[in-house]
Design a protein. Structure first.
Length: 320
C-alpha cells in the first residue's frame, strides 16, 4: 500500500465507517480505503476525531448560507451527530462486549498457552533427555557401525581367501574325482579278479575237502589197523610179561636147585648151573622182547595220537 494517502480520503472513509454505525478504527478505515499505512491512517484518524469533536460543539459553520438555514442545518447536523453518537455508543457497547469476550478468550488462550508452554518445556526437557540418549545411542551406533564396517572388511578379505581356497579345493576335487574314477575302475577290475580268485580258492577248497575226506577215510582205516596192531602188541606184551614171570620163577627154582645140587655133587651142580644160566639167558631175552614190545606199543600209541590230531585239524579246516 502507498504511504502518502490523502487526508480527505481517510476522513471520508472514517465518515463512511461511522455512518454504518461502527467505530472508526485504523484497521476498519484501512479496510474501507483498501490502502494506506497504519501510521499514516492512525495520524489522520486522530485529526478526524478532533474535527468530529469540533463539529459536535457547533463550531463548524457552513459558508455561503443564511444564518437561519445554517443554524437549522447545524441543528439537523447535531441531531444526526447525536443519533450517530448513540449508534456509535451502541456499537461501542457491543464492541466492548466483543472485546471483553475476546479478552476472556485471550486470557483463556494465554492460560492455555502457559499450560502449553509448561508442557512444551516439559516436552523440551524430555526431548532434550531423549536427544542426549539418542546422541549417546547414535555414538554407540557409529562405533558399532565402524566395528561392523571393519568386520565387513575382514569378511570380504576372508571371502576372497575362501574363494581362492574354493578354487584350489575345486581343482583338487576334480583331480580327486578323476582319481576316484580311476580307482573305481581299478577296484572293479580287482573285484573281478578277486571274485575269480575266490571262486578258484573255493573250488580248490572243495577239492581239498573231498581229498581230506578221502584221506580221512584212509586215515581212519590206518587208525583202525594201528589200533588192531596196538591191541596185538599189548596182548603180546602181556604174554611176554607172563613168560617173563614164568622164566623168573623157573630161574629162581633152578637157582634153588643149583644151590641144593652143590651140596649133592659137583656134576649135578654143573648141570644145574648150566640149566640156570640157560634160564637166565631166556629171562634176559624175555626182558628184551618185553622192552621191544613196550617200545613198539609206545610208538604205535604216539602214531595213533598224531593221526587223531591230524584228523581233528583237517575236520576243523573242512568245516564251513
Amino acid at each position: 500500500m502507498a504511504v502518502g494517502v490523502p487526508e480527505n480520503d481517510v476522513f471520508a472513509a472514517a465518515d463512511a465507517v461511522l455512518a454504518r454505525g461502527e467505530r472508526p478504527t485504523v484497521e476498519r478505515v484501512r479496510l474501507e480505503l483498501g490502502r494506506g499505512s497504519p501510521a499514516r491512517v492512525g495520524a489522520l484518524l486522530d485529526q478526524w476525531w478532533e474535527q468530529l469533536a469540533g463539529r459536535l460543539r457547533g463550531e463548524t459553520r457552513l459558508p455561503g448560507l443564511p444564518t437561519e438555514v445554517a443554524q437549522a442545518f447545524v441543528a439537523v447536523w447535531q441531531q444526526a451527530i447525536h443519533l450517530a453518537q448513540g449508534v456509535a455508543e451502541q456499537a461501542l457497547s457491543e464492541q466492548r462486549k466483543v472485546l471483553a469476550a475476546e479478552r476472556e478468550q485471550v486470557v483463556a488462550v494465554e492460560n492455555q498457552a502457559r499450560q502449553d508452554a509448561v508442557l512444551a518445556r516439559q516436552h523440551a526437557v524430555a526431548a532434550k533427555a531423549a536427544q542426549q540418549v539418542s546422541e549417546t545411542r547414535l555414538t554407540d551406533l557409529e562405533l558399532l557401525l565402524k566395528q561392523r564396517a571393519a568386520q565387513i572388511d575382514d569378511l570380504q578379505d576372508q571371502r576372497s581367501a575362501l574363494q581362492q581356497s574354493y578354487g584350489l579345493v575345486r581343482d583338487q576335487l576334480q583331480a580327486s574325482q578323476l582319481k576316484l574314477e580311476m580307482l573305481q575302475q581299478q577296484t572293479d577290475q580287482e573285484r573281478a579278479a578277486q571274485e575269480s580268485y575266490v571262486r578258484g580258492i573255493e573250488e580248490r577248497a572243495y577239492r581239498e575237502v573231498d581229498r581230506s575226506r578221502e584221506e580221512g577215510k584212509s586215515r581212519q582205516v590206518e587208525v583202525r589197523e594201528l589200533q588192531c596192531l596196538l591191541t596185538d602188541s599189548r596182548q603180546t606184551l602181556e604174554v611176554c610179561r607172563a613168560a617173563l614171570v614164568d622164566c623168573q620163577r623157573e630161574a629162581a627154582a633152578h637157582k634153588a636147585r643149583a644151590e641144593l645140587a652143590e651140596e649133592q655133587g659137583e656134576q649135578e651142580g654143573a648141570a644145574l648151573r648150566a640149566r640156570a644160566e640157560a634160564a637166565q639167558q631166556m629171562l634176559v631175552e624175555a626182558q628184551r622182547n618185553a622192552i621191544a614190545h613196550q617200545a613198539r606199543a609206545d610208538t604205535l600209541e604216539a602214531q595213533l595220537a598224531q593221526l587223531r590230531e591230524t584228523l581233528q585239524s583237517k575236520r576243523q579246516r573242512t568245516r564251513p
